[in-house]
Design a protein around this ligand. Structure first.
Ligand SMILES: C[S@@+](CC[C@H](N)C(=O)[O-])C[C@H]1O[C@@H](n2cnc3c(N)ncnc32)[C@H](O)[C@@H]1O
Length: 331
């Protein structure tokens, strides 16, 4: 989902419930080589066999772009407008109302649905699926996933709460993402309780020194800061997610040696977490820049690259023949 803006940090409420997940994992001596695909994920997924992954995580973009193209706009003369035209005349852009929203919604689910179906098909019998979205789309996506996976397969809505950037003066500042967790089988799934990192108690004085030293397990609200704009982790890819949040998913919902998939891979955060934790990972993105970043980021594990050529555009249909002359009426 879209990242919060790059404004300077105002204050870290994250301290209220300290948040940092365990330290970066020690890289095993030999790690499985990640496989990276360049291409549209729907086309790539169609080539992969049923039930071939133990954990799938995706973080799709909010907007596929198609809705934006279709947003009807009108430009009108307005001295206070936001555009400048010929001879310095000012114009204002009017977005033509409700169609913009309806289009965005229709297109988004239309785009996402077949990909969610593929995720379901590709999950192994104990597999988990994580869908990372934000508050604008999560409810539609949940309804879709309830239909595709079945309501009984819904396990948690994880709220990743961060605290970064400017505050709104007109509504509560939105500082969280939503991550939906579904399983293939609600009676058999991987949940490595002992691999959960511990976090400090909010009031350690109330629990005694032993418990306070051990810390507690997190709830479904995960406080963790975004990728620091000046930190070592930053790749420059705009929607990069923090390694620590993604590592927690990998650690708890899969085991070393298992096969993992992220088909909206971006900068490869999931790929890095999976590889460093000794999992075999397949990553897909259609953006060559994302592929470049991933190749750099995962160079320590010698990733392989497969490029899926897009289908050639179909030949345009020939011009229709002119209509036949109307036959003369027979006398
Ligand atoms: C929000 S970013 C993922 C960020 C990633 N989680 C990270 O930490 O860097 C979504 C990615 O999906 C890719 N994407 C969007 N539509 C796609 C499609 N149809 N096929 C493959 N990749 C796609 C975009 O290029 C973008 O890199």
């Amino acid at each position: 989902m879209n990242d919060p803006g790059p404004e300077p940090e105002a204050r870290s409420d994250a301290d209220a419930e300290s948040v940092e997940v365990a330290e970066a994992p020690v890289v095993p001596a030999s790690v499985p080589a990640p496989k990276i695909y360049l291409g549209d994920n729907l086309a790539v997924l169609a080539t992969l066999p049923d039930a071939s992954f133990d954990l799938i995580y995706i973080d799709p973009p909010f907007n596929t772009g198609r809705a934006q193209r279709r947003t009807p706009i009108e430009i009108v003369r307005d001295d206070a407008g936001d555009r400048t035209g010929f001879s310095g005349r000012r114009y204002r852009t009017i977005k033509l109302g409700a169609r913009e929203y309806a289009d965005a919604f229709d297109d988004y689910l239309e785009f996402l649905w077949p990909r969610l179906e593929q995720a379901h098909r590709l999950l192994g019998p104990r597999g988990s699926f994580f869908l990372h979205l934000d508050y604008r789309e999560v409810h539609y996506a949940k309804v879709a996933l309830d239909q595709i996976f079945g309501r009984a397969c819904f396990m948690n809505e994880i709220v990743w709460a961060y605290d970064y950037g400017a505050r709104s003066r007109s509504r509560w500042s939105t500082k969280h993402d939503n991550i939906l967790w579904y399983v293939r089988d609600p009676n058999h799934y991987t949940f490595e309780y002992d691999a959960i990192d511990r976090i400090p108690y909010m009031a350690p004085g109330l629990v005694g020194p032993e418990k306070a030293a051990r810390g507690k397990t997190p709830t479904d609200t995960w406080w963790s800061t975004i990728v620091s704009p000046t930190g070592k982790e930053k790749t420059g890819y705009p929607t990069q997610k923090p390694l620590k949040v993604i590592e927690r998913i990998v650690r708890v919902h899969s085991r070393p040696g298992e096969r993992l998939l992220d088909f909206f891979a971006g900068s490869g955060t999931f790929g890095e977490a999976a590889t460093r934790l000794g999992r075999e990972v397949v990553l897909v993105d259609h953006n060559p820049e994302a592929i470049e970043v991933m190749q750099r980021r995962l160079a320590f594990a010698s990733p392989s690259l497969v490029t899926l050529q897009p289908e050639p555009e179909p030949e345009p249909l020939p011009e229709p023949l002119p209509p036949l002359p109307t036959p003369l009426p027979t006398p």
